[in-house]
Design a protein around this ligand. Sequence first.
Ligand code: 13P
Ligand code: SF4
Length: 301
Amino acid sequence: MSLESEVRRLKEDRQAVLLAHNYQVPEVQDAADYVGDSLYLSRKAAETDRPLIVFAGVRFMAETAKILNPTKTVLLPDLKAGCALADSITVEELRRWKSEHPGAAVVSYINTTAEVKAESDYICTSSNAARVVSSVPADQEILFLPDMFLGEHVRKVTGRAMHLWVGDCPVHAKMRPEDLERARAAHPGAEVVAHPECGCASAAIPNVDRILSTDGMVRFAEETRAPTVLVATEVGILHRMRRLNPRTEFLPISDGTICPYMKQIDLGDVLDSLALGRYEIEVPPETARRARGALERMIAS
Ligand code: 13P
Ligand code: SF4
């Protein structure tokens, strides 16, 4: 029996739902019940009635699933699947920042630890960040964390003044405007889509046609008629884009845009996770209780 068939068999046997982020390796995406961005997968985790959620993504995503659906068992197939951006602010740093801005609304990106979420008033993802920020009362100060590039993009789109935490995702931050210029010069006329975490997508750079979440890029891939599209995000997304639209050539702006955390999990890890029940993700109940309200508002938005 192939690895994929074995995963499918065990998934049914264990009554599990397998969720995979758009950056996962192709074989994991192909075996999953649902593939998508952080917002879509949070919704799928919240609504499943299956007792077991296997999250092929990174730790903050599995924690979010546990907070939103606490009676389910949530497994992360490899505990090394963390996130450098989520690690760029600790709960102690956030408490200190809040104490310097009493009364400010804290808007946290979903790429944060459960403890940081518990100290937040609003939680957003790359696909709803502008909408969430616009919902904050106009006279309230905003602390936006932890990604400064996403923050800069949202500041530009909404026109809201915000204090930005100086954090970034090293995978996206290393994509510089020069990389984009080079790719554009090599493919004149190509359309360019970029994730808002990118260093090259900052508000100052006019050379990006669209700034989109990973699911936004997938929807764009289905619709575009462009012969060539340059994609500024983690290369895992190309699998879905190419499959959905074989007429268009989808190219990364640089080959080295690989998230080492997202690539910790392969199909063998998913199989072991299902077979051995590993690795269970727990969130302390009080932390989960304090984070849940903001997360529920986020998936409802
Ligand atoms: P999306 O929610 O757009 O999939 O982004 C998640 C992420 O980790 C990007 O690096
Ligand atoms: Fe975290 Fe960056 Fe990897 Fe996304 S790409 S999971 S933000 S390290």
